[in-house]
Design a protein around this ligand. Sequence first.
Ligand SMILES: [Cu+2]
Length: 329
Amino acid sequence: MKGQGLFAAALALVNVELVQAHTFIWGVFVNGVDQGTFRGMRVPAYNGPPPRGYANSPVKDVNSIDIRCNVLGDLQNPYTIKVQPGDNLTLDWKHNNRTNADDIIDFSHHGPILAYLSPDPPTENSFVKIFEKGKYEEGATPFAPGKWAISSELKANNGLMNVRIPAGLKAGHYLLRGELIALHEGDARFDQNPIRGAQFYPNCVQLEVVGDGTVELPKGVSFPGAYKVNDPGIHHDVYCSTKTTSLKVPCTSTYQIPGPTVWSGAWPDTTKVDVGPRSGPATATPWTRWISKSVVTSATIVGGSAQIIGSSTYQASWSANYATPTPVA
Ligand SMILES: [Cu+2]
């Protein structure tokens, strides 16, 4: 759903989204230098046979382990990105391919963008919010959604999201959890209407902070645990405005980003960084395994179509100890 105005609002009432590939982080630039496609990413599962694509999104159940780092978020990437306190990271959110022509995410996906940092592996209450941006302009016409970080900023900025490593952060292994929360169906609650509800796009990046910093992360929140289905920032009608009347409830135009407040040790502002060329593949090659609702389907790809050979169940299994990633041969 891409329009604006009354027509868009009417559609929003019945908009049931098909499960399609969605945006996720394809790569990270450190101080503008690309670290390579998929390097360091906990890449989400594919959500169907080719050409359905990456990003087994959206995650909609805030009580699911998938809310932590998306489906397959427990599986390590062979690479870890080395950073120093103060480094500027640019997360490269992409949809179908890692090029400037990519559409990033459908315009209908209004909502906030967020970033959390946790030691790797996460423990109880270890995710600390270091960045957030939500709604920054009220809708000017009836039922207009206003301006939001995802649809008016991240999308306009070609999917580039800047996050800065906190000053003096102690050396060690961390997970950076980038997240988009799309609220175009957020007027419904997932527990009451599971085909609608807010859509979460969490995605984690493996970092190793180096240097002689001494600052430790404070107590944070857990995923799952940090969000509740009825949080005002999750159960929220984006088509409701103080300048209009909405038939839908709850109707409030002020938007409160879910989760804890941003840690005082985080940088007060992110710095926009010019990024250099991307390195690594811009597209995904055909795949033979995908996961939908915890069912793993395996197939062979013959002449561009998938022939199913079996299925199993996926259950995330997060290790309590840091395991050094297995290098690729
Ligand atoms: Cu969506």
